[in-house]
Design a protein around this ligand. Structure first.
Ligand code: SAH
Length: 233
């Protein structure tokens, strides 16, 4: 079964958005993956169709109601649905390339997009939502986080990206940041392409690229560098 994403959102029109273009978009057309965005508000029961209310205990902002959101979740997950239920949340486990691979190999995901201050904790607990963060900053809603996460997943689905070798040498694939790239023109504003890359010596080129990767990772990401050294030793 191909990867199927169900998104629960107050803004279904935001989907597939950028994922309707380029490689991901072609993958959608070819049914290599599929996406369905559902309106949480369809599950509101009062006459104003309200989905949020003031936080218990006081404070700023509004919170997505447990009754409305849980109904929306239950309506899209039948008993046999084995897809993980994810909640986009800055409190979540940071999303990684490793998690992208795991999800790309699976049946898909149900993805809840928060808005306002967030969602009622009882939905997270009772529906066993896995909180996923795309970085240490606050977005105004979970939609762009979901699009970001899905983009990372979808390009790993077999057939979506033409050149899988490209995926295998990318940043994070071997625990390192990627080496620099160059292309024509050979000289740009007095800057030449490093000689080794035009030497035709593939062994030397591979060595140079690894050196560059290691140097960049060491300089920019001490956290990744320490993990890399641990794994090498
Ligand atoms: N009050 C919350 C932030 C709410 S932001 C807090 O301090 O933790 C509104 C919604 O945007 C969240 O419910 C979440 O779905 C989404 N969101 C914001 N930042 C995010 C991030 N870094 N990663 C994933 N989702 C995020």
């Amino acid at each position: 079964m191909a990867f199927h994403a169900t998104i629960l959102t107050l803004y279904p029109d935001m989907f597939p958005g950028p994922l309707g273009h380029s490689l991901a978009g072609r993958g959608l057309e070819k049914d290599l993956w599929s996406l369905e965005a559902r309106q949480i508000r369809d599950h509101a029961t009062d006459k104003h169709r309200s989905v949020d209310d003031t936080p218990a205990g006081g404070g700023a902002g509004m919170v997505l109601r447990a009754d409305v959101l849980s109904k929306a979740i239950d309506a899209c997950s039948e008993d046999a649905d084995e897809r993980p239920r994810l909640l986009m949340s800055p409190r979540g486990r940071p999303f990684t390339q490793k998690r992208a691979y795991e999800l790309a190999r699976g049946p898909g995901a149900i993805i809840v997009c928060g808005r306002f201050e967030g969602i009622d904790q009882r939905v997270i607990d009772s529906r066993q939502l896995e909180e996923v963060s795309v970085g240490d900053y606050i977005l105004s809603g979970g939609e762009m986080a979901a699009l970001t996460m899905l983009d990372a997943i979808v390009r790993l689905i077999p057939g979506v990206m033409g050149n899988m070798e490209s995926a295998n040498t990318e940043s994070f694939e071997n625990g390192l940041l990627e080496h620099p790239h160059y292309t024509r023109p050979t000289v740009f504003e007095d800057m030449a392409i490093p000689d080794v890359l035009t030497s035709g010596n593939h062994k030397k080129i591979a060595e140079w690229r690894l050196e560059q990767s290691e140097r960049l990772t060491c300089q920019r990401r001490p956290d990744l560098w320490d993990a890399y050294l641990d794994q090498e030793s």
